[in-house]
Design a protein around this ligand. Sequence first.
Ligand code: NAD
Length: 276
Amino acid sequence: MASPSKKKSSAKPAAKKSEPRVAVVTGSTSGIGLGIANALAAEGCHIVLNGFGDSKEIESIRSGLEKTYKVRAIYVDCDLSKPAQVQKLIHVAEEKFGRVDILVNNAGMQYVAPVQEFSGEKWEQLLSVNLSASFYTIHEALPGMQQRGFGRIINIASAHGLVASKNKSAYVASKHGLVGLTKVVALENATADITCNAICPGWVLTPLVQAQIDTNAEKEHIPVKDAEIKLLSEKQPSLRFATPEEIGALVVYLCSESARSITGTTLSIDGGWTAQ
Ligand code: NAD
């Protein structure tokens, strides 16, 4: 995906005539974020990786992207629950690549408990990673996008940004908040070629969801496979998980020229969850 010199109306990113786009993807060491990083790299974007994990595994992801897609990839180690470190992520990206064209706020965490048992500490931590970190990345990356007149901001919200479930107060509040932030950023930049949208996935089988399945299986004394089917049956009419690849493909589309009029909206990719 290159910075196009001419506007074309095709779903495909414009031909590489100038510099490749630079994409920051938070929480891209695992799951959905990794799927998005792969999809953008496959389109020729330089990638800024971020997230926790084993340093050898992260290096193998980073060098794998460079080798497979012939792009540049860097990893910035920062804890997104800390505003100063979030700012560092964008500053390092701008320092190394000269700009940030695409910002995908994907990092997130989950914690499950009824409201009265939800610790204040967990609430603060979850809100800081799932919501405030996106405010800080956008706050730092927008001035450069405005100066250059191009930007694509994609916030990975959730079906829980649109509807609620029991025991997920902080998660549901953070994802509804992220949808609200998305709309405001879109409105404030509507006349520029800067869009801001939220993708709302249903269940995707990643470590974040596997942990919930494992806990349910243990609590209910049922095999993990049965817990998986039960989880899907409760919410997701398609009865199958959405995949990081499907979400990566939607991100690529939202970054294309054809999607420049799509802004301030939510895109569900949830097998029918929120149609009910
Ligand atoms: P995951 O656990 O596989 O990945 C989460 C990523 O965020 C990891 O790279 C992790 O290291 C990173 N991260 C977490 N806390 C961080 C912090 N403080 N600082 C830096 N990085 C941090 O989870 P996933 O399922 O791929 O989730 C990605 C996003 O998609 C999340 O925002 C999640 O809420 C959302 N989502 C997931 C599902 C699903 O079913 N998996 C559904 C809807 C929305």
